[in-house]
Design a protein around this ligand. Structure first.
Ligand code: PFF
Length: 472
């Protein structure tokens, strides 16, 4: 059985694949905007504390459960903790399914803006174009949205179809270095712009007066999303790790890379925005606006981004690559569950899962005006208020439910499983061996996973229920 599942061919291959899962739209689309909304500095600091104190220990917990059992999320939790825990695994599979159903839509926008900016690079930027209108028109065009998200879904299925080594690892090995190179180029360019000092000060100079309880919870909620935790993606990837690899070391590398990339992306975006003095527009157009309205416009505005016309399409290649290395991990969670639990072959399982997810992607793709039934979809009454905060559309409801309910509850269950239900011997033998780096202290990890992480997550859940805090 173990041989048939396949393993990563090397530790670098695994680290690239897991880092690729972590680095995604969360880093490029969500993090810069929530940093903006929460006034930078102090929020970034709190986020870093959440990543280190909650994210890192849970990353280790998920990977160790995966490697110990060599099973995908449902089987892994059943074997590591007990048969009843299969339900937590199913919750994770459902979460992966739901997240994938709308993630591909935003990923599709990156394809659209790649096409647009490449066209402008060659043919020139048409005078007087309103990027706000370009964005609204494309997102409300149902046929276009279906086409873009279908293209992205096919790309995702094509990778997972070929399995862990020949699909996921190969693509991660190829795309992650390209992604790092594009980001480095943009980062270096940003220092030639006049707004870079202001951007750095905004991001790194803490002013605690601006911080409230909601910001702290938002930072914590986002640390799950950005590290792909709380739904078993890292349990699944962990199930393909060999015994020679240090889980502690790998977790640290993944967490650091994800964090550095989020910060670098934020520096780049804010530099462009400050250089152009576009702060007001960014605040008005929301999360989507920063990535798909303000930036494309600024790349083509004169005298702001050196070589902007060339960098613009490259930037959307970056977004698309980051998204693809995340969507493939989401589909892997769902497909590996079907493969392991029902004995279905990988090819058939991948096609069936990808196809079923796409049925819901149709709803997400039509959520922006493409079709009124999808755009206006809602759950009325107190249930709708509690679980979906009154959001409408499949996209809005799914994003809210995943970020505010599924990931925090799944994450809480995983900390309890690893901290309270697995024996000390079981977790210690996975984390501590001759490959473990000297800085790691098992006793401290156990303290974090048993007390600090669950307390922090429980706080999020209470905040969502009683105070209506929204992380989506
Ligand atoms: N970490 C991804 C991001 O930051 O965009 C989102 C994600 C991917 C979450 C895969 C969960 C997951 F399993």
């Amino acid at each position: 059985m173990t041989e048939q599942r396949g393993n990563w061919t090397s530790s670098a291959g695994f680290i690239l694949a897991a880092t690729g899962s972590a680095i995604g739209l969360g880093n490029l689309w969500k993090f810069p905007f929530i940093t903006w909304e929460n006034d930078g500095g102090a929020f970034v600091l709190v986020y870093l504390v959440c990543i280190a104190a909650v994210g890192l220990p849970i990353m280790m917990a998920e990977l160790l459960i995966g490697r110990r059992t060599q099973k995908s999320v449902v089987g892994a939790l059943k074997e590591a903790v007990g048969p009843a825990w299969g339900i937590v695994g199913l919750w994770g599979v459902l979460c992966g399914f739901t997240l994938l159903s709308y993630y591909t839509v935003i990923a599709g926008w990156s394809l659209f803006f790649f096409g647009k900016t490449a066209g402008w690079m060659v043919g020139g930027f048409p005078e007087g174009t309103s990027l706000g209108e370009v964005f609204t028109e494309q997102s409300a065009n149902g046929g276009l949205q279906l086409g873009l998200s279908l293209a992205f879904s096919i790309a995702t299925v094509s990778v997972v179809y070929f399995g862990v080594q020949k699909g996921i690892e190969k693509i991660a090995r190829l795309f992650l270095p390209i992604l790092f190179a594009i980001l480095t180029l943009l980062f270096v360019t940003s220092f030639a712009m006049s707004g870079s000092g202001e951007a750095l000060a905004f991001i790194f100079r803490p002013s605690f007066g601006e911080l409230d309880g909601g910001s702290v919870l938002e930072a914590l909620g986002h640390s799950f999303f950005t590290l792909s935790l709380g739904m078993g993606a890292m349990i699944t990837y962990g199930s393909y790790i060999s015994r020679e690899q240090s889980i502690v070391k790998a977790s640290a590398v993944i967490v650091v890379l994800d964090t550095v990339i989020a910060l670098v992306a934020t520096v780049i975006m804010f530099t462009v925005i400050f250089t152009a003095g576009m702060q007001d527009q960014v605040s008005e157009t929301g999360t989507v606006g920063m990535l798909f309205i303000s930036l494309p416009q600024l790349f083509f505005a004169e005298g702001i981004v050196p070589g902007g016309t060339f960098l613009a399409p490259l930037f959307y290649v970056l977004v698309a690559l980051a998204a693809l290395t995340s969507t493939m991990s989401l589909l892997e969670v769902v497909a590996s569950f079907v493969i392991d639990e029902y004995g279905v072959g990988r090819h058939k399982a991948t096609l069936a899962c990808g196809g079923t997810v796409f049925v819901f992607t149709i709803l997400a793709a039509l959520s922006f005006g493409g079709a009124s039934f999808a755009t206006n979809l809602s759950v009325p009454g107190p249930i709708g208020d509690l679980f979906f905060a009154g959001k409408t559309s499949w996209f809005g409801m799914a994003d809210h439910f995943v970020s505010n309910w599924m990931l925090p509850t799944g994450g809480l269950a995983i900390t309890i499983a690893a901290g309270w239900f697995m024996t000390r011997d079981a977790s210690e033998s996975e984390l501590v061996d001759e490959t473990t780096p000297g800085w790691f202290n098992y006793g401290a990890w156990r303290l974090f996973i048993r007390f600090l992480a669950p307390a922090a997550i429980a706080t999020i859940i209470i905040a969502v229920i009683f105070f209506g805090v929204d992380f989506s």
